[in-house]
Design a protein around this ligand. Structure first.
Ligand SMILES: Cc1ncc(COP(=O)(O)O)c(C=O)c1O
Ligand SMILES: N[C@@H](CCOP(=O)(O)O)C(=O)O
Length: 554
């Protein structure tokens, strides 16, 4: 396959002969292979792995009629050379990963209304967009482990201990992607009582011996901090070979870039008179940890014609505040409108940080993948100084480290340089959608077109509708916009029923509930309660892995 390189100084030849090499966003760790970054998850300096170069999908137009799996193979092959995973093996991993989806197209595009389209990402085993990447990641882990463990027995085998944090959807998708797999234990931490009942049941009713659910007394950010603290502990990290399933794992982002291309080509087929190859499209993405939309940024950088990526947040709006103010802060400090600040819906400051909203999977204080975008922005800024590429990368790593250190120690950083913010605004827009607006959107779309949105998707759709209105007013015409539908409405019955309770025709059981969810609440569960304390979690991990080993006779 012919592909070149557009960014960060690597030559085209490098991409033909080897997989991309990876470096850490904090600048201390570099030169890793795809396999190493997939298995390590988080860099040892605490940063996230990014490819040293973003390959250009030079012949992307010729992919327009490919199936989802063939498209996935072409895109992933830009990052993984056959010397690392032979093509036939990669094809097999991809085909097995999407065979479990209920929709032939894997991620079908449907027209919602006018020029607003929905990319349905919830046709995988656990009814949320996470399945697209986590079925693939589960099979990748298995592939690498089989290869590493050839001829090894007992405790000599490479045993991966996956630790992940979830606000509800990553947990079940990771568990379904890894349940029963050899040489992997999976520990999923969720905030106790803060995920939807269906999400909780999907996770805790999986009783395979390698699956461990931990309910943490705290919020999602506490779970995410515990995971990062475990990775930062050299002892458990080396004795238990920790692995990541959150979107800190590069393979998650890579797998998600596929559906941006797929959606573009679906739009081409569905709207032949108003959308031509090469036309730009917008995407609206309900955002929390910034993994889903970051995949869109990679698709854009690879050459997909994207006009804007619209970040849609709920009232946990750190991302929206960054794009409005240039400051990235855990707690908002802006004042009321009268004081020249950005008060919205009367919210000035969050008392305890996280707000509990009707879109709980996005109830996140700090978006971990934003660090990856920050690196690219800092790199672009450094590049304007006219120094060599090594210097640019070093500068970017130092800048990101300093921002992240301020975030940790002072609760935030910024405002960032004007050029950095302007570069971010070139590709991104942001919208913040409140709970009442989320309910109104679910209601409106049901009344207008009979479609039942889940509350996260509704946040994205409201942002898409606002963007379209603004484009119409400012530019006289709106482009097609694809809003990512990130979960099935049945996962969030409470919000959906609240929005539609007055609709005479609406019946949740008949219109929404899939057969897979019936009886879930009656099944046996297994879950351990743990304190919000990384050392306590470390003890539980050690003990439960030991029990698994004993049961296996190791
Ligand atoms: C249903 C749903 N929508 C949106 C999001 C936000 O996606 P991201 O964290 O990648 O920004 C999540 C969680 O990640 C989710 O579970
Ligand atoms: N919303 C997520 C939170 C974790 O995000 P991730 O994409 O980084 O795994 C969830 O549902 O668990």
């Amino acid at each position: 396959m012919s592909n070149g390189v557009v960014a960060n100084g690597a030559s085209a030849d490098q991409t033909h002969t080897a997989s991309q090499r990876y470096l850490s966003t904090r600048g201390e760790d570099s030169g890793f292979s795809f396999e190493e970054v997939v298995l390590k998850g988080l860099a040892s300096d605490g940063g996230l792995y990014i490819p040293e170069a973003i390959p250009s999908a030079e012949n992307w137009e010729s992919w327009k009629d490919l199936s989802f799996t063939d498209l996935a193979f072409n895109i992933i092959s830009l990052f993984v050379s056959p010397s690392e995973i032979p093509s036939e093996d990669l094809k097999d991993i991809i085909n097995r990963s999407y065979a479990t989806f209920r929709a032939d197209e894997v991620t079908p595009l449907v027209n919602l209304q006018g020029d607003v389209h929905l990319l349905e990402l919830f046709h995988g085993p656990t009814f949320a967009f996470k399945d697209v990447a986590l079925q693939f990641l589960g099979n990748l882990f298995e592939y690498f482990l089989v290869r590493r463990n050839e001829g090894k027995t007992g405790r000599d085998r490479y045993h991966l201990t996956v630790v992940g944090a979830t606000s509800g959807d990553t947990g079940s998708a990771a568990i379904y992607g890894l349940r029963g797999k050899k040489d992997v234990s999976v520990f999923m931490l969720h905030p106790k009582g803060r995920v939807s009942p269906v999400q909780e049941q999907q996770m805790t009713t999986v009783l395979d011996a390698n699956v461990h659910n931990l309910a943490v007394t705290g919020n999602f950010d506490n779970c995410q901090d515990i995971v990062k603290a475990l990775f930062a502990d050299p002892e458990i990290n080396s004795t238990h070979k920790l692995g990541a399933v959150n979107s800190i794992n590069w393979a998650r982002i890579l797998a998600q870039t596929v559906y941006y291309f797929h959606a573009y080509f679906s739009l081409l087929r569905q709207q032949p008179s108003t959308f031509k190859l090469g036309d730009k499209v917008r995407f609206a993405v309900p955002s929390g940890n910034f993994g889903d939309i970051l995949a869109g940024y990679f698709a854009l950088r690879m050459g997909l014609p994207v006009d804007k990526l619209v970040i849609a947040t709920n009232e946990n709006d750190i991302l929206d505040r960054f794009f409005k103010t240039g400051r990235y802060e855990k707690k908002p400090t802006y004042g009321s409108k009268a004081e020249g600040g950005l008060e919205q819906d009367g919210v000035k400051a969050h008392e305890d940080g996280v707000k509990e909203t009707l879109s709980p999977a996005m109830d996140i204080l700090v978006s971990s993948n934003f660090e990856r975008l920050l690196w690219f922005l800092a790199y672009q800024f450094a590049s304007s100084a006219g120094m060599d590429d090594e210097w640019n990368k070093k500068q970017a790593g130092q800048e990101v480290s300093s921002w992240l250190s301020d975030l940790k120690n002072k609760g935030g950083f910024g405002p960032v340089y004007k050029d950095v913010l302007e570069a971010a605004r070139k590709n991104f827009e942001s919208e913040r959608v409140s709970d009442p607006e989320t309910l109104d959107t679910i209601k409106a779309l049901y009344k207008e077109v009979g479609y039942v949105l889940d509350p996260h998707t509704a946040v994205g759709v409201e942002a898409a509708r606002r963007t379209q209105k603004r484009a119409l007013a400012e530019e006289g015409a709106a482009k097609h916009i694809i809003s990512l539908s990130t979960a099935h409405p049945a996962k969030f019955a409470g919000a959906v029923e609240l929005a539609l309770k007055e609709e005479p025709e609406f019946n949740f059981q008949e219109n929404v509930l899939p057969p897979e969810f019936v009886g879930l609440d009656k099944k046996e569960k297994r879950v351990s309660d743990v304190a919000n304390d990384w050392k306590a979690v470390r003890d539980v991990v050690r003990q439960q892995v030991e029990e698994e080993f004993k049961a296996l006779g190791y």
